[in-house]
Design a protein around this ligand. Structure first.
Ligand SMILES: Cc1ncc(COP(=O)(O)O)c(C=O)c1O
Length: 405
């Protein structure tokens, strides 16, 4: 999903605008910056394209999550429901605000299973945080209904799914707040950066202040700003925002390329009847950063992975079940509670209890699933060669299975 595949003159021009003024900070210095406000420009562009009221840029997707949770009032005594398949940043952010991450099974959508979410609700539940993994959506209708029934917040981690939609609305803009990441391997990258989007004024004001030491940003003199609450420095720099602006302006082109390549690759793999595909709840809205597919059993999947590696054809594929950063199974540091700072024993016990539950329902999908990253610069020949090689390997493994069965 990386925008880094397509860097060019636009990115250089935007960065040069900033370098020419020498004002690398997003706030203040109104005179010398000569009207160059890249962070503000990018915020306005995101709000406009995604039809949401507010966007607050920050230093990363991780700090976007921490900021959004703080602005939503999530913290001590609260539980946040999140999926077993995500990036470690999701639970890091929950822990950063002092809440307990409650991990819940995913299904064939590779996102939260709404029934499992309902079962996980307790009097302490404050928020449901779906993670729109690999470019496509969680079941937002069902999750919104659950939030309504139980008076819960909905925070969408859309860090991997910028530009994807659900029933015509951009992911991230549907819940109380949503987040994006612009790290180096995202659809739109600025090296490191993130954003919070929201239609709630209070969440925007909270995010704006919290990400800049609590500054209220009401005047033109930073030193005279008031601090209505405590915050941190999670600011984005003008240089990063400049790169992000150039990339964001190209988002629609990136998405169009991804969709075309995704359609073709899927058509090749669909010729193998034993392959099934991730259930996408709104195919129109899939940003198509990945094509995610399932094989009939874990053993076949393991053998396909091994064979693709042996044939040097594994590049760009991900078997999340064995991945250290994206699935509960390998999060030893979380499962053992290995923090550097000391935690209150009761809080630590609550986390450990939640993260060491039985997640076999997730395993049933994750152990059979592979995601193929969709390239932006593939030629038609490269795409066909890649798809044909993958299909041949899968067929070979399946044939071997049938012989030995
Ligand atoms: C689902 C998800 N959430 C949050 C993040 C954190 O974003 P960042 O790397 O910008 O901190 C990532 C990054 O990979 C992610 O995939």
């Amino acid at each position: 999903m990386p925008g880094f595949e397509l860097f060019g003159a636009d990115e250089r021009k935007q960065v040069n605008d900033v370098l020419e003024t020498g004002i690398l900070m997003r706030y203040g210095f109104d005179g010398p910056r000569k009207g160059i406000w890249k962070a503000k420009e990018l915020e306005a562009a995101i709000s406009k394209q995604f039809n949401c009221r507010y966007t607050q840029l920050v230093s990363s997707g991780t700090t976007a999550l921490t900021t959004a949770m703080s602005a939503l009032g999530i913290g001590y005594g609260h539980e946040v429901i999140m999926p077993t398949f995500t990036f470690v940043a999701s639970f890091e952010a929950v822990i950063s605000v002092g809440a307990v991450p409650v991990l819940v099974d995913v299904d064939d959508t590779l996102t939260l299973n709404p029934e499992a979410v309902r079962k996980a609700i307790t009097p302490k539940t404050k928020c449901i945080m779906p993670v729109h993994m690999c470019g496509a959506m969680a079941d937002l209708d069902a999750l919104q209904q659950i939030c309504k029934d139980h008076n819960l917040l909905l925070l969408e981690d859309a860090c991997q799914s910028i530009g994807a939609t659900y029933k015509g609305k951009y992911l991230g803009t549907i819940g109380d707040a949503g987040t994006y990441s612009f790290d180096f391997v995202k659809t739109v990258t600025c090296a490191e950066g993130g954003a919070i989007v929201t239609n709630r004024e209070d969440v925007y004001i909270g995010s704006d202040g919290f990400s800049d030491h609590g500054h209220d940003h009401k005047g033109v003199d930073r030193g005279a700003d008031l601090h209505p609450f405590l915050g941190f420095n999670f600011r984005i720099s003008e240089l990063h925002a400049a790169v992000g602006l150039a990339q964001f302006n190209r988002l629609n082109d990136f998405l169009a390329t991804q969709k075309a390549n995704h359609t073709q690759l899927k058509a090749i793999l669909a010729q193998v009847p034993e392959i099934s595909f991730r259930r996408i709840l709104d195919t129109e809205g899939d940003s198509c950063t990945f094509l995610s597919w399932f094989l009939p059993t874990e053993q076949i999947t393991q053998e396909v992975v091994a064979e693709l590696k042996a044939q040097n054809s594994w590049g760009g594929n991900f078997y999340w079940y064995e991945h250290n950063w994206h699935y509960i199974r390998k999060w030893e540091h979380l499962k053992k509670g290995l923090t550097l700072n000391s935690l209150h024993p009761e809080y630590k016990a609550a986390i450990l209890q939640q993260v060491n539950k039985d997640f076999s329902a997730s395993d049933a999908f994750m152990s059979r699933g592979i995601s193929t990253q969709i390239g932006l610069t593939w030629t038609a020949e490269q795409l066909k060669e890649k798809g044909d090689k993958m299909a041949a390997v899968i067929k070979k493994v399946l044939a071997k299975q049938q012989i030995s069965a």
